[in-house]
Design a protein around this ligand. Structure first.
Ligand SMILES: [Zn+2]
Length: 189
């Protein structure tokens, strides 16, 4: 009986720690959205104060060369994407329709899509109002590719865990205990 008590204790400690563990996918999404927010508000300020000949598509790497005052409004070196695929671009349609987007996460507002990004379930948004922009269309297609990404077995397990930690933990424990009991009865140890 002592053994069962110990196993129960261990299991409950494990499940509690899983419950309180941070959700890394959500953290990645939030970090990227914060970057987009910061870039959008800096751009808004810049455009209120200065008139530029706006380009339909500008990357964060080139922005300082095109809108020379941009670095007065934001420290671009602090805008670091939370994943290696997060790269930032600004799409411009007219003076009311422009914004920054992430290569992986897309824009702030629009149709929500679920991305299988390796072991993380991330969320991005695509907005059809920019679909006349060729670069934006290319970018949207690239984003949609992540909805069909095939995970490796390791990524699959971690993805399940990140998406549903409690269920994955319980299933893993059941499988582990089950195979232990099976081996035990088979080899009679
Ligand atoms: Zn991103």
């Amino acid at each position: 009986m002592k053994k069962i008590g110990f196993i129960l204790l261990l299991t409950s400690v494990f499940i509690t720690s899983v419950l309180f563990a941070a959700n890394p996918s959500k953290e990645i999404d939030n970090k990227c959205r914060q970057n987009l927010k910061a870039l959008n508000s800096a751009t808004k300020k810049m455009m209120e104060e200065k008139e530029y000949n706006m380009h339909p598509w500008v990357s964060l790497k080139q922005v300082g060369n095109i809108y020379t005052d941009f670095d007065k409004y934001i420290d671009v070196s602090k805008i670091v994407g939370p994943t290696p695929s997060c790269e930032y671009f600004m799409v411009y349609k007219d003076k009311n329709e422009y914004e920054w987007l992430c290569n992986l996460h897309g824009v702030m507002e629009g149709e929500l899509i679920t991305l299988k990004y390796h072991e993380y379930q991330l969320h991005g948004r695509i907005n059809s109002k920019y679909k006349t922009n060729k670069e934006y269309e290319k970018h949207s297609k690239g984003m949609l590719m992540w909805t069909e990404y095939s995970l490796t077995p390791k990524e699959f397990f971690l993805y399940q865990y990140n998406t549903n930690p409690i269920l994955t933990t319980v299933i893993s424990i059941v499988l582990f205990v089950g195979s232990f009991l099976l081996l035990k009865s088979f080899f009679k140890f």
